[in-house]
Structures are given as C-alpha cells and as structure tokens.
Design a binder for this molecule. Sequence first.
Ligand code: ADP
Ligand code: ZN
Length: 767
Amino acid sequence: MPAARVLIDGPSELVFDYAIPDGLPVVPGCRVRVPLRNRSSAGTVLQLVDATDSGFALRPLDALTDPQPLVTPKLLELGRWIADYYGCGFESVVRVLLPEAVRTEENSAKTRKTVVLDQPADEETLAQLAKRAPRQHTILSLLAHAPDQRLPLTELGSAAATSVKSLASKGLVKLVDSEVRRDPEADGQAEILADTPLELNAEQQEALDAILATVPAVRGDGGTHQAGQTGETGEAGKAEDGQAPPAAKPLLLHGVTGSGKTEVYLQAARHTLEAGRTVLVLVPEISLTPQTVRRFRARFADIQDQVAVLHSNLSQGERFDEWHRIRKGQARIVIGARSAVFAPLPELGLILVDEEHENSYKQDQVPRYHGRDIAVLRGHLEGATVVLGSATPSLESFHNARDGKYRLLRLTERADARSLPVIRVVDMRLESRKQKSKTAFLSDPLRNAIERKLTNNEQAILFLNRRGFARSLQCPSCGHVCTCPHCSLALTYHRSDDRLLCHICGHQAVVPRRCPECRDPSIALQGFGTQKVEDVLRKVFPEARVARVDADALRRKNALRDLLNAFRARKVDLLVGTQMIAKGLHFPNVTLVGILNADIGLHVPDFRAGERVFQLITQVAGRAGRGELEGEVIVQTFTPHSPSIQFARHHDFDGFAAQELEMREQFHFPPFARCAVLTSRSTHERRAEFTLQTLHRRLSEDAPPGILIGEPLPSPLVKAHGQFRFQLMLRGPSARPLTRHVQRILARNPLPEDVTVVFDMDALSFT
Ligand code: ADP
Ligand code: ZN
C-alpha cells in the first residue's frame, strides 16, 4: 500500500508516514493535513513510500490541501541532492524550498473591496440619479472612466459605502474582493523610465549568441513542456523531438568591470521570454537587488509586472504574493539573492548568476548550500542555460572553464570604449615614515587626489578593508607580517594566551617584541575602523559632505538604500565604507576610489586571502570612472609587491589566476581539492575542544584514501555569541566521500549535550 512521508510544519522537523486514502492523488511536494496526536496538522509530502515495510497500520491522511504540488519534482530532486552533498537533513532543505510565508495557513493573498461597473445604466436611470442621488451618479461616472471600469472602494470617498450599496441593489455595480499585490520594490521605483536595448559591440554580440544558442524553447509539440514534470532522468532539456537543445555547459562570462555584462543579461532575458521560457537572475546581496530590479523593470516596461523579487528581507505578505505570482507564471523574471535559486519558476530557460565569485552566495546556516553551485545544478536538472558572470571569476569557476566543464566567454573592454581606470599603488611604509601618527591612513597622494575631486565637484569612495579582525601582526614601518613557516599564511594572534598560531598546521610562535625584519619595537595589531576614518576626513576636509556605510550605520531598515540614493543624487561627496560598497554599484560621477588598507585581507588565515584581495581591488576599481569622466584608483598598502596587488594593478586576471592556481595545486587547496570545515561549539571551552579532538581521532582512524584531516584548533574567532569554537579542516579529491565519512563518524559518536558540531562542505569562511 502506498503511503506518504510527511514533514510536519513547525520548528521541530517531525517526519511521519501516513496511509493515502483510496483515490487521493497525492504526489511528492503536495500540501496535506494529517492527524498528529489528537490534533490535525499541516505538512508537506516529502516522498511516497511503501507502507507494507512498516509492519503496522498507518493512520491515514486527513486531506489533500491542494492537488497541485507546491514544490515541483525537479526542485525536490534538487533538495535531495543538497541534503546528500552538504550532509544535512532533507527536512532542513524543504524548509528553504518552501518558505514559511508560503506554508503557513495564516498567510493569504491580501484583498480589498473593489467596486466594478456591472451593467451600463440607461439614460433615464442616469437622469433620475443625477437629480435625486447625485452621489450615486458621480460614482457611476467615475467608474465609467476608470481603467477596467473598476475602482477601490476607498478611492470613492468616505461616505461611498451606502451609495455603492444602493447602486448594487439596482444591479448597476458589483462589490468584489480583489487581490492587491504587495510589491517589495514599489517605493523609490515609481519613476522608472522605459529604456531600449543598446546596440551590442562585437564581443557582447558573440557572448549573447553563445548564450542564446543554448537557451531552450518551449516545445512546439502542442502541450508545452512543463519544466520539472518530465521523468526522473535529470535531462529535461534533452527533447526527443530535437527542438530543445540538451542542457548545455554552463557559460562563464568573464567581463571586465563596465564591459556591459548587464546589457548582455537583459537581451538574453528578452530572447528567453520570447522563446516562452522564464528567467532567474541571482545577485549576491540584498542591497544590490533594487538597482538590478530597476534596470530590468525599465527594460521590460512594455510587459508590465513581469519582474518579481525574492530575498530574505521581504515581509511574509510580500513573499507570499511574489512566490505565488512566480509559481502561476505571472512573473516570468525573478530577481533575488541566494535563496531565490529555489524560485518556483515554471518553464525555466535561463539562470543568470551575477558576480558569481561573491562569497555571500554561500549560506552560513543549515543547509549550507552555495547559491551559484545550486544554480548550475538546477540548470542541468531543468535543461536551462546557466550564465555565471563576473569581472573576477572565482578560481573554482575559472578552473572549470579551463577544464572544459564550462564554456568561457570574454568581454575584454569597457562597453563605452573608455579605458579601465589607472591604478596607483602607494607604499605606506614610506608614507608612515613621512608623517607618523597624525592621519596615518591618509597618504599624501590620496589626500591630494581627494582635494582635486572636491574642487572639481566630483565624488570619491574610500574603502576600508575589514576582512579578518585586526588579528594578524604587522610592522608599521616595514610592513612585515608574521607568517607561518609551513603554510605561507598569516599567523593569528590569540589574546587569551598571548601567542601566534597557524590555522592550517597548528604551528605556534611567541609574539615578537620587535619586528623580526627591521627591529622596530612598534609592531602591533593592525586595524582602524570606518568611524575613525570618517572623523578624520571631516577634520581634514571640513567643507566636504562625508557619509559612512558599515554595519553600524545601517541598522535601520532601508538605511543603505537611502544613503546610496543620496550619494547618487550627489548630496554626499565622500563615501567611506566596508566591503558592502565594493560590489556592482554604478555611480557615474565617482572618479576616485581609494583603498585605505589593501593589506588586511592578505594576512588572514585563509588560503583564498590573495584571491579576495585581487577581487576586491579589481571590483572597487570598477566603481571609478563609470560615467563621462576618467577614473582613478589609489591603493594604499604596506606590501606593494604582493602578487595580488600587482596583478590587479595591471588588470591581469589571467596572470593572477595562473600563479594562484599553481599555488593551490601545490598545497592541495580548492579547486584542486574539496575543502570542508568541522567546527565544535560550546560555552564550555574544554568540552568544545575535547569533542573535536575525539572526533579528530575517530575521523583519522579509518579515513577513506586521499582525505587530508587537519589539526583540531581554536577558530580564529575563538569565542562568538558566548560560545567557544574549535575547528578542523578536511580536504579530499571529491566531496561525497568526505561528507559521508564525516556523517558516519558523527552518527556513531553522540555529542555531549552542551556541544554542537557544524559541518560546512565547500567552506568559504574559516573564522
Ligand atoms: P557591467 O555589468 O559589465 O559592469 P554594465 O552593463 O553596467 O557593465 O555597462 C556599463 C556601462 O556601459 C553602462 O552604462 C551601459 O549602459 C553601457 N553599455 C553597455 N553596453 C553598451 C553598448 N553596447 N554600447 C554602449 N554602451 C553600453
Ligand atoms: Zn602552518
């Protein structure tokens, strides 16, 4: 007898099997009501199982809420893959596939009373009304001129209700509940102007052609091909009739900043819609959705309301509305952050992952999936084309392109034929000798450049790199950083026992009292905050309007949007900020970008440190000179000869990638290995440490071949949220054996009650 395995709504992730009453068309992904103890609960069908296995009679389902599954089989398949790959419960994945706002029964479409003209009144009635009931007469003429001959009741004035009632009793109007859409991007976007496609340059055209050659069309064989509902083969694009091309290789679009990638996206999206398919656009940050939404809404102004927005800052109501608009095929372009990769788009034809290298695509809670990687897999499952775009592709994606798994497309020049900005590197060792103490982070060249911009009425962005937590040790006069002799990584300072520690191999060192290189006694923890930079700028440039963007300044909802709007409107001259302002923003009047401390990022205990600094300089530089005016970039650094800085300065991605990949291969780091992190956390330091040490022993005992197991060590961020953290790194040639090995050991070794263990496959953060 068939039964349904049901995930019960609610925080505890209960899963039970229920018998399916005869004739009830239950399929995976359906919403059902089931008996639980002596109540009725709502839940989602995870899969169909054979009930004869269980050996005792199952209770039957109460009811099928909706015969249409809310989650398509393809998305369920994707969910199963995620659970397996990242080593997490399938239930936790279903919770992201089917967001709370969509599941809860309290949530529903928002409606409002709307008056609709029902039957045109004849002359005689009108004349009578005009005389005896002028208010009813006015309402009728308002309705006659309204679009669709309908108006919300509230717009007919405060006393309209009685008049409408008597009009309704005469059969002239109807009062209905109509759905109102809660549009998350409605404010601030009212003034959207339609825009038209630009004529592409040769490289853009080539990229567009390559993309379109692989975008599947809806099958012409009568019934449209319902994405996600054909078979289990994972080859939805492989149409037997040969009309839709098979799921093609993902395309990596490497285009320098300002090369017109967005224009290519827009035109590819247009063609995909014309082919009868839908489009998913992923952006790395919620803060970047409004500008992307604006560009898409402007371009698709001719087909109203086709653009939906999905991200984790939506209200429950907004999410409910957007989700259902998407599912019903009313919104055929979805723009969103990471979790939008699960948008229930039917007939998915194209997935665009913008700034694919961004770490924010990785979710830092269970399930710890990577939005870009899931996009690639979803494209494969649904036969949709996947385009990964970036000016600084991740080495993982670039390596895949070199290996032939992805196809590489390139835009090598700025679309407006402007040259890339000149990047100047300022050696802070010389600067700090010149002007000790005063304004240590403001070199003469940067200060002069800011002055020039202020005089010319142009804008500047000053960028403070805050990766890591001022935990590496650097000498202010020679720039020397204490690094591990075994791992070429910066040692991390641990205050509790005043020592330096390597987070890969465990090497320990005493904290030097003088710089080992130049003997200067002032070697110290480096770091200064945006707040301090802002204060100093106000003093040095009293006439300038300065604003600061960092997590503190942005507590208020919409604070970032308002601030960026003020900057765009040129109400701010100097913008000081952290990573947040390094991404994709477009301000035509910005002609100077200063990076105050390019180094910090280099000396964190992370093998991707060099890659991140390269990305950062390149991306930040891309913010300069995007309008009519030439751009200029000043990079302040204590290590001017570091390869990340030099390759970025020369706009040489290939050079950087070649040398960095060589290093990764030599040290067995991704993309040449898979890397996972196992972390233990507890309020009891010893227990966290002991637990991880025990797991380490067990993991090492019968590790599958090729797996490298690092030492259990305190995390760089050793205490967070009141919990002590210890971690170890695991590496291996492929992901599954690693995940399975860890899962097996965890299953066999129950944890002490007050210790939690976190497994992060393809970890991007080592703090
Ligand atoms: P990217 O996304 O690669 O950083 P954008 O798409 O934002 O680049 O394009 C940068 C600028 O170049 C924009 O102002 C855009 O309007 C302009 N642009 C893009 N393509 C063309 C083109 N074919 N001709 C002229 N200008 C273009
Ligand atoms: Zn080491």
